[in-house]
Design a protein around this ligand. Structure first.
Ligand code: GDP
Ligand code: IMO
Ligand code: MG
Length: 426
């Protein structure tokens, strides 16, 4: 296999950063294809912890090219802060390229993200307020600014024109003070100078690497259940976190994608608003949150927690064409008397097996659980599947059976060493 896509199988934060970092030692390229710095991917190496937002999670390997593809939306300020932060920690960043076709997140995107959320009131999406939705809106409306524009000599004119229009909206529609255009011009001219050396036609680089038989890891951000088409709309993000998103966001054709590795937590979490059928509102939910340190990498918000939802992950397996699964944070479930897997949804007198589109239906769905005996042992030092307690093995096998995709990786802690490989990925 020379191309593997790593996708979030749930609502994000499944541990994609850990898996990418783990697999990146074998990869020639790691490529992001959608989202922006709404992502927060954690990589733990020894006693150091890295929270990556825009920069791909292969950055710690100097021989691996790290590419931010055309489908990503780039906040230059966020990008440069991340570069500086990594450099301060002694991490080199000259093996990072960004696509000339990627769109630029502007201050008005962030402001409109914030103002729109305020307007939505109780119905707010709970966005990360990084300007992601408004930036993708402009891209689709054909008024976006691309990296190629940012580094051109026309950028000042472009910014002045766009800010005038957005300020009109901010003042008249949102009744909020306008943004300072001179400050934006000054900042973005500086960003442009610093960003220029990173810019390439990255699609060509990815394509050529594949032609040469190199190994390419495609790093998904967010998760399938946050996909703009397949997620719990409108409580979703504004891009395609599924495997197909890479055929658009990285510059290669769909036939070049081989392995599709879905990353799933051994339970479920979600940040922000929206349906969550297996959500736990009791002390079990609190215990999972505390044991799993379930607080957002990007916003610090407490994550909502619940049992493993196999209806959602089976759906996710289908829409991604998943060929394997990495089951993450299994260690967090040690110590529970019993663990539960949701195998179907009870909706009135019907049993639903395929994830429904209607939020009204989801609202009334009750989880149907299969209960498995728990295990008490600390599993964070296990090195093989056989070393896991029998009930933990049963739990993994049961999930595998219900979602009908082989589990090839089991993660039992945040560190690289706390990874059990059951099959080859790459
Ligand atoms: P991502 O957005 O999918 O990359 O996931 P995040 O980094 O936002 O959240 C996953 C969190 O779980 C991070 O704090 C990781 O360090 C941590 N983590 C990853 N795998 C494991 C695991 O197997 N066990 C435990 N206890 N923590 C893990
Ligand atoms: P990673 O890559 C979890 C959620 C937000 C909100 C919704 C829309 O770390 O898994 P947005 O700012 O994208 O318009 O917010 O999507 N969200 C994430 N949740 N992990 C993420 O990324 C997320 N990125 C966005 O909380 O509910
Ligand atoms: Mg995250």
């Amino acid at each position: 296999m020379s191309t593997a896509v790593i996708v979030g199988a749930q609502w994000g934060d499944e541990g994609k950063g850990k898996v990418i970092d783990y697999l990146a030692k074998k990869a020639d390229l790691v490529v992001r294809g959608q989202g922006g710095n709404n992502a927060g991917h954690t990589v733990v190496v020894g006693d150091k912890k890295y929270a990556l937002h825009l920069i791909p999670s292969g950055v710690l390997y100097e021989d691996t090219l790290n590419i931010i593809g055309n489908g990503v939306v780039i906040d230059p300020e966020g990008f440069l802060k991340e570069i500086d932060g990594l450099n301060e920690k002694g991490v080199k960043t000259d093996h990072i390229y960004i696509s000339d076709r990627a769109h630029v997140v502007m201050p008005y995107h962030k402001e409109i993200d914030r103002l729109s959320e305020e307007l939505r009131g109780e119905k707010k999406i709970g966005t990360t307020q990084k300007g992601i939705g408004p930036c993708y809106m402009d891209k689709v409306e054909r008024t976006g600014i691309r990296i190629v524009d940012l580094i051109s000599d026309k950028i000042e004119t472009i910014i002045r024109e766009r800010v005038a229009y957005k300020n009109f909206l901010i003042e008249k529609l949102y009744e909020s003070p306008p943004l300072d255009v001179d400050k934006i011009v000054e900042d973005y001219l500086k960003y442009a100078q610093r960003i220029k050396p990173f810019v390439r036609d990255t699609g060509v680089i990815v394509y050529n690497a594949l032609q040469e038989g190199k190994k390419v890891l495609l790093e998904g951000a967010q998760g399938t259940m946050l996909d703009i088409d397949y997620g719990t709309y409108p409580y979703v993000t504004s891009s395609h976190p599924i495997s197909g998103g890479f055929a658009i966001g990285s510059g290669i054709g769909p036939n070049m994608i081989e392995e599709v590795l879905g990353i799933a937590k051994a339970y479920t979490t979600r940040v922000g608003s929206g349906p969550f059928v297996t959500e736990l509102f009791d002390e079990t939910g609190d215990l999972i949150r505390e044991k799993g340190h379930e607080y957002g990498t990007t916003t610090g918000r407490a994550r909502r927690c619940g049992w493993f939802d196999a209806v959602a992950v089976r759906y996710s397996a289908r829409v991604n064409g998943m060929t394997s699964v990495a089951l993450m944070l299994l260690d967090v479930l040690s110590g529970f008397e019993e663990v539960k897997i949701c195998t179907g949804y009870q909706y009135k007198d019907q049993v639903i097996m395929d994830f429904p589109s209607s939020l009204d239906v989801l609202d009334e769905c009750e989880p149907i659980y299969e209960t498995i005996k728990g295990w008490d042992e600390d599993i964070t030092e296990a090195t093989t599947f056989e070393e896991l307690p029998v009930n933990a093995q049963r739990y993994v096998r049961k999930i595998e059976e219900i979602i009908n995709v082989p589990v090839k990786i089991i993660s039992i802690g945040p560190k690289r060493s706390q990874t059990i490989m059951i099959g080859e990925i790459f």
